[in-house]
Design a protein around this ligand. Structure first.
Ligand code: FE2
Length: 279
């Protein structure tokens, strides 16, 4: 049977993608961050997941206010990088896994999660930047990808608790797939940042580090953090952290923390990486 081998959480800062695409990792502004990220790349190279289920949010690239799916799964054979206003990122097309994705769609919907199904969809920096953070600039992505798109753009987003429950349902879906795939469930976004309003530029590293501890040790409690508290403590875009609950939910209650990176700031974001495996 297929198996969940790790939960990988990472910010998906667009400027990180630009720095990679433009070969600026060695510049003084970026070098400290990319030196830290080497540990994640080494971990992923050793782990070699066959599939990454990536929980991310679309930033008005594939969808607009015309259509706002709360939870969506991509079942296509491939997903092109989205044009976010400056042309698509110069990264490989993202290969899908239709067999596992359709199995997950069926399992999740019969498990009472009302997934939207996308047969065709471009993927923006929310999904491609985490791939670049994990793999650098390969000629082709070394894993297949199942996009799991979550609305955290337009109120009301799903609760952290609902995301944790979705993560558990994803685990059941993967566990019941008759294949040998080793799957990493990736939660993206966050950590603290706010892009607009009077508190634009907000970063709360104390909250972020405590959230990492909380997610590791007591995910049930972390999942109960309200939207209001998340936004108060981690800023309006900090609400993306609910997607980390999806990755955490796909593992057992007890986990090993394999890797933790935090770097403040990249762009205007507290950048975090957190990796767990089952005990
Ligand atoms: Fe985002």
């Amino acid at each position: 049977m297929a198996e969940v081998v790790a939960a990988i959480c990472t910010s998906h800062v667009p400027a990180v993608g630009v720095a990679i695409d433009q070969g600026r990792q060695a510049e003084p502004k970026w070098a400290p961050y990319f030196e830290k990220i080497e540990a994640l790349r080494a971990y992923v190279e050793e782990l070699q997941p066959d599939v990454c289920v990536i929980a991310y949010n679309d930033h008005a690239s594939a969808f607009s206010l015309q259509l706002i799916p709360t939870f969506l799964i991509g079942v296509a054979a491939e997903f092109p990088p989205a044009d976010e206003g400056w042309g698509p990122r110069p990264v490989p097309t993202v290969p899908g896994h239709p067999e596992l994705a359709w199995h997950m769609a069926e399992s999740l919907i019969l498990d009472e999660f009302d997934m939207t199904i996308a047969n065709e969809m471009p993927v923006d920096h929310g999904l491609t930047v985490p791939l670049s953070v994990m793999y650098g600039q390969p000629p082709a992505w070394p894993c297949r990808v199942i996009p799991l798109c979550v609305n955290v753009i337009q109120y009301p987003p799903p609760t952290g608790h609902r995301c944790m429950m979705l993560g558990r349902a994803i685990r059941r879906a993967i566990d019941s797939f008759p294949g040998a795939e080793r799957v990493a469930v990736v939660g993206t976004g966050g950590m603290s940042h706010q892009l607009q309003g009077e508190r634009a530029g907000l970063i709360n590293i104390e909250f972020d580090l405590a959230y990492m501890d909380h997610l590791r040790d007591d995910p049930e409690a972390a999942a109960k953090i309200s939207h209001t508290e998340l936004m108060r403590e981690a800023g309006s875009e900090g609400i993306e952290l609910v997607m980390w609950q999806i990755a955490r939910g796909a593992l057992d209650p007890a986990v090993h923390e394999k890797l933790r990176i935090n770097h403040v700031p990249t762009s205007n974001t507290s950048n975090g990486v957190l990796v767990f495996e089952n005990v």
